[in-house]
Design a protein. Structure first.
Length: 252
């Protein structure tokens, strides 16, 4: 009865892994077909459609679920084997199969995560460049207005006597300096705002990199646990091979 339950659990894990594999395969085929219809081969679109990006994120989520199913199945196999409910031959066969499935899953996760990271970083870069370009356009427009205003004031100035001209020049100079100082203050304020927006964009990028590092650290921890289980499996295999009587008893 225990052997039947263990076999059922292992089979359920294998079926779940197969179902997720088929779903992921369908999504990949659909995404590749859409790419071929819209873009040339080997062309990367930095302005990827949000629906395509969401599809890639969903694909990554599916891979993570599949990976958790595989690792859970491996743990159940080890537990069943330690309890003597699974033969050595069946244990080795299942471990080889799940090791191959886990390797393929991790490889696809790495590729999908790289694509998602690339699109997200490109989006952050495009937003930052857009902010800077917009602010530069505003500053250029303001400088053009100031320059055109000064030219018009000079061209419209009437002829006056030397005394009036001197007085008017002093007045214009004072007025011009006042306008210039005011304009410089406004531009300085705009530059401060631009620096703040750039800082915010860089903070978002830093937080994204931090989350990415934490995710990789968690995956590394899981991989170490799995490697430990595999090492324990190898130790058990060596012990069983050295003790033929034990192998004979287990198989019976």
């Amino acid at each position: 009865m225990d052997l039947l339950i263990a076999s059922f659990s292992i089979g359920l894990g294998a079926i779940s892994s197969l179902v997720f594999h088929q779903i992921r395969k369908h999504r990949i085929v659909k995404l590749r077909t859409k790419k071929k219809n819209n873009k040339k081969d080997d062309y990367f679109d930095s302005n990827k459609d949000s629906s395509d990006l969401q599809m890639m994120k969903n694909e990554l989520d599916s891979l993570e679920v599949e990976r958790s199913i595989i690792t859970s199945s491996v743990r159940k196999i080890h537990e069943t084997f330690r309890q003597g409910k699974l033969s050595q031959l069946e244990f080795d066969r299942l471990m080889i199969k799940y090791a191959e499935d886990l390797g393929k899953c991790e490889q696809e996760m790495e590729q999908t995560r790289s694509v998602v990271d690339l699109y997200e970083l490109s989006s952050i870069k495009n937003n930052l460049v857009s902010i800077i370009e917009d602010k530069i356009k505003v500053i250029d427009a303001r400088l053009s207005e100031i320059s055109n205003g000064n030219v018009k004031m000079l061209t419209r100035q009437p002829k006056q006597s030397s005394h009036d001209t001197t007085y008017q020049d002093l007045a214009n100079t004072s007025l011009g300096q006042g306008n210039l100082e005011k304009s410089l203050q406004m531009e300085a304020e705009k530059i401060k705002n631009l620096e703040y927006e750039i800082t915010q964009a860089l903070e978002k990028l830093d937080s994204y990199e931090s989350r990415k590092s934490e995710s990789k650290s968690a995956e590394t921890g899981n991989e170490q646990i799995l490697e430990k289980n595999l090492d324990q499996s190898s130790t058990l295999n060596v012990t069983n091979k050295k003790d033929p009587l034990r192998n004979f008893t287990s198989s019976d």
